[in-house]
Design a protein around this ligand. Structure first.
Ligand code: SAH
Length: 283
């Protein structure tokens, strides 16, 4: 595989993001993935079962890991619920696909072809290996590509999503590429953290999250402005902020903390940060 470093379409910033994900081995990502072989690198939603923090000490860790994974799977399922009336003949794009969990969820649900792209060669290799092992490599493929410049054919995708990957790119460039790739009438979905315009500019906690992940959390307004500028018309907007707080509270009390938990909780609770699902139609 050609190293992303050799690609002319990648900026020095994108190289640093690729290095971060190439080196990433956080237990919160790997142990949760091992629960059932579906590796998600996003956050969870829904009410948590707090009883996992009690009961026999020797099984507490495993029960907490399973519960965090269940909440992350619920998030992936909600995103898939918004991908529209996808048929087995359709093709989907998972933009910023991580270790591939979301692509496998969509393939299992719709039986269709799914292409995932990531700028981390480690992630792409891992996810393709998973596809081989699951016997779906003919349908689910991962590519070392910049989602701003994929080279895929114009109009070839029924639906595209970004699950917590929009904060690594300029939205005007991202949505221009998505509008090009989506068939007319196709669906775009994102789940993302954004900063709240009503708060002002990014709070200290939001800035800490940016520094932690080397990303640039956009304001809520930019999503809608850039969608409107790129023929993407919102059809559903769900504020998932209250639904994600239990996940963060459980994670903060688990053995798989990464040190960023308190910043997320502070940012959600002081109103400076929001966790949103936005679904839009390509007109
Ligand atoms: N959507 C996945 C992973 C989210 S982590 C999930 O839900 O599990 C963010 C992902 O965005 C990483 O895989 C990272 O490599 C990818 N990414 C960041 N910038 C990118 C770019 N310009 N092109 C493609 N992928 C990118």
């Amino acid at each position: 595989m050609t190293a992303i470093q050799d690609s002319p379409v990648v900026s020095p910033y994108q190289r640093s993001v690729a290095s971060y994900w190439n080196a990433e081995r956080n237990p919160v990502n790997l142990l949760l993935g091992e629960v059932d072989g579906t590796y998600h690198h996003h956050y969870g939603i829904g009410d948590a079962d707090w009883s996992v923090l009690e009961g026999p000490e020797d099984t507490r860790h495993d029960r907490t890991i399973k519960e965090l994974h269940r909440l992350e799977c619920a998030q992936a399922d909600l995103l898939a619920d918004h991908l529209g009336a996808v048929t087995p003949d359709d093709r989907l794009l998972d933009a910023g696909s991580g270790r591939g969990g979301g692509s496998f969820v969509a393939n299992r649900r719709f039986g269709c072809r799914v292409d995932g792209v990531s700028i981390s060669e480690k992630q792409v290799a891992f996810a393709n290996e998973q596809a081989e092992q699951a016997g779906v490599a003919d349908k689910v493929r991962f590519h070392l590509k910049n989602m701003l410049d994929t080279g895929f054919e114009t109009g070839s995708f029924r639906s595209i999503w970004n699950n917590e990957s929009t904060m690594y790119v300029d939205l005007s460039l991202l949505f221009a590429e998505h509008a090009r790739l989506l068939a007319r009438g196709g669906r775009y979905v994102t789940i993302t953290g954004c900063y709240n315009d009503t708060y002002g500019l990014p709070s200290r906690a939001v800035s800490q999250i940016n520094a932690h992940y080397i990303c640039d959390i956009h304001p809520r307004s930019t999503y809608f402005r850039e969608m409107a500028a790129n023929r993407l018309v919102p059809v559903s907007v769900i504020d998932l902020t209250p639904a994600t707080i239990p996940y963060w509270e459980l994670r903060a009390r688990s053995s798989v903390t990464t040190g960023i938990e308190e910043a997320f909780l502070e940012a959600y609770k002081d109103g400076s940060f929001q966790y949103l699902l936005i679904a839009a139609d390509r007109i």
